[in-house]
Design a protein around this ligand. Structure first.
Ligand code: MNI
Length: 483
């Protein structure tokens, strides 16, 4: 079919290439591809690309990111993203024990509406870093919106009077005695606070009750970068962490049967490629399990400020190999074939080799069939825009052709500046068309589509929709600028 810029000419044949779903590679083979995806309300498999929005929400009194609808319009226009890992906080959801702040959830719902109007899907991230803003005496108004940590409300922060001394690096607060104790009390390692995990699960139920019927909210990311305090690795991950995830999943399912529940491993070590010991979480819903796996990726050399070059590149490549094997193992063997979203990765885009690293991670995500939410949309050299609005290399890196919603199971896809190829196993039960984003940079005018019929072309959103013959088995669609 030939699509003329702004309009389309129907016609063109339907070619269905013969191929088959890849078997999942042997553990750690490095060529594993998921066969499981989050799906939209039309049953289409979602390929999710977007940002974490935003770190600025962590200590904001109203819990909202300093991210306006105009910022979202700019992001959508410049990069064609379709996904956001939106930061929310326990302190904002449950400011007092058992009281859920509906005005805060109203503010979250307003932002979700911004994304809905632009065709996005939202994953709500119950964010924490260093437990709570209440870990230090100068906690602002005792709400948990303090200057260092974020996440838990003040009433759920039990440091038991142990010291939390000022640190040069924020990460070091995690091992301060008062913070270790706050985590040990939350996980009830001390045996003194069995109520806190219950409150946490019930806070999730309150959030899910609000968004259960909102198709834009497609997933809940149960806890950001969990830290076990005195418990680490298997004792923590297979113990209280898996327990909290199961309890939160059960609580969510009392009000929301359809959203995916995303679970993350502990951050330390697993972000750097060490295998996770996370246990099985069982979804009590009828039908398919809707548990997803949301790991993060932060190779140590990059985190220490080295670029992606020299020894740092070698070590980072080794990290990514073990990291991919670990993801395959948890998603396949532990969670029974869960879809994967890379919940966070990022770096200072001004570092040497940054572009190559970004390309490598997005290639790995594409090969695995994983969604990606980049850390983060906040202004600065890590993000897409500097504080003065100057674009970083991230904007062009993100602004690439990709399939967004597929009427079947993606088998493989690839894209270059001016060509996209997608192979998927057609699902005749899905009547909605497959949706593909085509940036103006590579597709300035007319386009040629092979392997499927063009259903529509929206010049503003730059979304092409195509449909294969209902009886097609495996379909290969190729999109390129018209000759
Ligand atoms: C010691 N612990 C428990 C620790 C250390 C470092 C990180 C981290 O860098 N995380 C990577 C990014 N993720 C957060 C937001 O989720 C950002 O603030 C970090 O840069 C996490 C945990």
């Amino acid at each position: 079919s030939l699509v003329l810029a702004g309009s389309l000419i129907a016609g063109g044949g339907l070619a269905a290439a013969q191929s088959s779903l890849p078997s999942s590679g042997s553990a750690g083979s490095g060529d594993w591809t998921t066969t499981s995806y989050l799906k939209d309300e039309d049953g289409r498999s979602l390929i999710l690309r977007g940002f974490n929005t935003a770190s600025s929400a962590k200590s904001a009194p109203d819990g909202m990111p300093a991210f306006t609808e105009a910022d979202l319009e700019r992001e959508h226009e410049a990069m064609g993203t379709n996904f956001v890992r939106f930061l929310i906080s326990w302190r904002s959801v449950e400011p007092e024990p058992g009281r859920y702040d509906q005005a805060y959830l109203d503010r979250v719902e307003d932002r979700v509406g911004w994304y809905a109007e632009r065709g996005y899907k939202v994953m709500l991230d119950m964010h924490q870093d260093v437990y709570s803003g209440a870990i230090m005496a100068d906690d602002t108004a005792g709400t948990g919106a303090g200057p260092i940590g974020n996440g838990a409300p003040a009433w759920a922060t039990y440091t038991d009077g142990l010291p939390v001394e000022k640190q040069d690096r924020w990460e070091l607060y995690y091992i301060q005695p008062g913070v270790m104790r706050a985590f040990d009390n939350f996980w009830n390692t001390t045996g003194k606070h069995p109520e806190l995990m219950e409150h946490y699960a019930n806070a999730w139920r309150a959030v899910a009750e609000r968004f259960a019927d909102n198709d834009t909210v497609v997933a809940y990311d149960l806890m950001n970068e969990p830290w076990g305090g005195s418990l680490q690795f298997e004792t923590f991950e297979a113990g209280p962490l898996t327990d909290l995830y199961q309890r939160s999943t059960n609580a969510i399912r009392t009000v929301d049967q359809d959203s995916w529940v995303c679970v993350a491993p502990q951050a330390v070590g697993v972000n750097q490629g060490i295998p996770s010991a996370l246990g099985k979480i069982t979804d009590p819903r009828a039908g398919e399990q809707r548990i997803a796996y949301c790991p993060h990726l932060y190779p140590l050399p990059l985190d220490l400020g080295d670029g992606y070059s020299g020894v740092s590149k070698t070590l980072t490549d080794a990290t990514m190999h073990t990291w991919r094997a670990s993801i395959e193992q948890v998603a396949t063997d532990v969670l029974g074939g869960a879809p994967v979203i890379l919940g966070e990765f990022g770096l200072d885009t001004t570092l040497p080799g940054a572009q190559e690293y970004l390309d490598r991670v997005y290639t790995a995500a594409r090969e695995m069939g994983a969604g990606v939410s980049y850390w983060s949309s906040d202004p600065g050299t890590w993000g897409p825009y500097l504080t003065d609005g100057t674009p970083t290399i991230l904007v062009d890196t993100m602004n690439k052709a990709y399939p967004r919603a597929v009427a079947g199971t993606p088998v493989s896809w690839s894209s270059s500046v001016d060509r996209l190829e997608l192979t998927y196993r057609n699902d005749p039960a899905v009547t909605a068309p497959t949706e593909i984003y085509l940036p103006a940079a590579g597709f300035p005018g007319d386009i040629t589509v092979e392997g499927a019929d063009v259903v529509g072309w929206d010049q503003d959103s730059r979304l092409l929709t195509v449909r294969s013959a209902a009886d097609a088995d495996d379909v290969t669609v190729t999109v390129s600028p018209a000759a």
